[in-house]
Ligand binder design. Structure first.
Ligand code: IFM
Length: 450
């Protein structure tokens, strides 16, 4: 008999029935079955199989074995009582190399989305959460402009195959990570490390996003369309103008690099102070494509960084001592999310409604007596909900909140060691155990709907 858990404390404005509460995952992080049913190789299969790229040599296998356990996972999602589930489609599962549909792969998502619908769960679907087909990488990947057009074709195919099943499409998840971690510092697939590669990859990603929008709208007119950006708060404990400029440059690099092209139709000039001579090749008309209106902006937020000048016009990260951190080493700083949301509203008059599409924390969670005491996660979430509510009080139009993540999963270069889930996963047995945070979320959701 398990003791009752107090409901998550949620600001009243977010307890209204029209506010969307959800949990999020991504294909490569949970599905496993990387060779099943004609799935092609993705860049993350290649990258994670390369020695030294992922902690402990972890790969997409077994993941959370979700590809085979999807039915019980849907029951888990429904049992939480969330309004919505955010998932991503694995491009290499659903399209063959010639661009035609793989019936087995698309069938998986059709069944999954149908079952979620039957359980009353809204479906928020990301098209690209980093698992590019390897055959496209072999032709240059996001450095090749052609990939943007292939992405739009893929979006078109998905909207036709899944229309009517999706509440909201998200074209890209975190283009900053694909561009910078994948092409600027090599920490993510495909493992390239040149600033000019990062800027060109970013441009082609955003171009692909803009090209995909009309296809999604035409084939699935009932669904909303948006994009998801990860954003970071940068501040300084330094006293000099150079330190303040360092914090500014950090936010240019993390936020404006993505949001300026989308909502102001240009890349931030200050980016060139960081990476002189790395302007991407932008063709006539590209920025008009990139600024095509979206119905919403997804915001993923995790932490704040403390920056100082390196004395040569760059920023260096100088971690603050004595602050609360997560298993990732990331500082817990809810205020940063309020600051950023308010800043975006001020910077972009055309800012669309916002969903927090990811927020959450990793901790070294263990099961004891069938329970997982993750009190820090409960506190983390409650403090971030409050910060977003303050931004909403100040006029930011926030429509929903997705906790990252439904369950522990493959945390990219950190493999399975870092646990972001509301639900604990024992990878040896694939046993799922609701952490106390999941129970508290469930208690809030149940109380809200009464
Ligand atoms: O796990 C990732 C997710 O795939 C993208 N956003 C950040 C999460 C935590 O690092």
């Amino acid at each position: 008999m398990s003791a009752a858990i107090a409901p998550l404390a949620v600001p009243a404005r977010f307890a209204r029935p029209d506010f969307v509460w959800g949990v999020a995952t991504a294909s490569f992080q949970i599905e496993g079955s990387t060779r099943a049913d004609g799935r092609l190789t993705s860049i993350w299969d290649t990258f994670s199989a390369t020695p030294g790229k992922v902690l402990h040599g972890d790969t997409g296998e077994p993941g959370c074995d979700h590809y085979r356990r999807w039915e019980s996972d849907v029951e888990l999602i429904a049992a939480l009582g969330v309004d919505a589930y955010r998932l991503s489609i694995a491009w290499p599962r659903v399209l063959r190399e010639d661009g035609s549909l793989n019936p087995a792969g698309i069938g998986f998502y059709q069944r999954l989305l149908d079952r979620l619908g039957e359980r009353g769960v809204q479906r928020y679907v990301t098209l690209y959460h980093w698992d590019l087909p390897q055959h496209l990488q072999d032709r240059g990947g996001w450095l090749n402009r052609e990939t943007a057009y292939r992405f739009a074709d893929y979006a078109d195919r998905m909207a036709r195959a899944l229309h009517g099943r999706v509440s909201a499409w998200m074209t890209l998840n975190e283009p900053w990570c694909s561009a910078f971690l994948g092409h600027g510092n090599g920490h993510h697939a495909p493992g390239l490390a040149e600033p000019r590669f990062a800027t060109q990859a970013m441009h082609h990603l955003l171009l692909g996003h803009g090209l995909a929008l009309p296809a999604l709208r035409a084939a699935d007119p009932g669904a909303a369309c948006g994009i998801v950006a990860n954003v970071g708060r940068g501040t300084t404990d330094g006293a000099s103008d150079a330190d303040r400029d360092a914090a500014h440059l950090y936010e240019v690099m993390h936020n404006a690099w993505v949001l300026d092209p989308l909502f102001a139709g240009r890349y931030p000039a200050d980016l060139q102070r960081l990476w002189p001579g790395s302007e991407p090749l932008v063709l006539d008309g590209d920025m008009a494509v990139i600024t095509r209106p979206v119905d919403f902006l997804g915001i993923n937020y995790y932490f704040r960084s403390n920056l100082r000048s390196n004395g040569a016009g760059r920023f260096v990260d100088v971690p603050l001592p004595g602050v609360e951190r997560t298993q990732m080493g990331w500082e817990v700083y809810p205020q940063g999310l309020e600051d950023l949301l308010r800043g975006f509203k001020a910077a972009y008059p055309n800012l669309p409604p916002v969903f927090i599409t990811e927020n959450g924390m990793a901790s070294d969670d263990r099961v004891a007596d069938g329970r997982v005491d993750d009190a820090q996660r409960i506190s983390y979430l409650e403090r971030h909900f409050a910060a977003v509510a303050r931004a909403a009080d100040a006029g930011v139009d926030v429509r929903g909140y997705f906790v990252w993540s439904l369950m522990d999963n493959f945390e990219w270069a950190f493999g399975y060691e870092r646990r972001f889930g509301l639900v604990h996963v024992d990878y040896a047995t694939q046993q799922r155990t609701l952490k106390n945070s999941a129970r508290a979320f469930q208690a809030f959701l149940a109380a809200r709907s009464r």
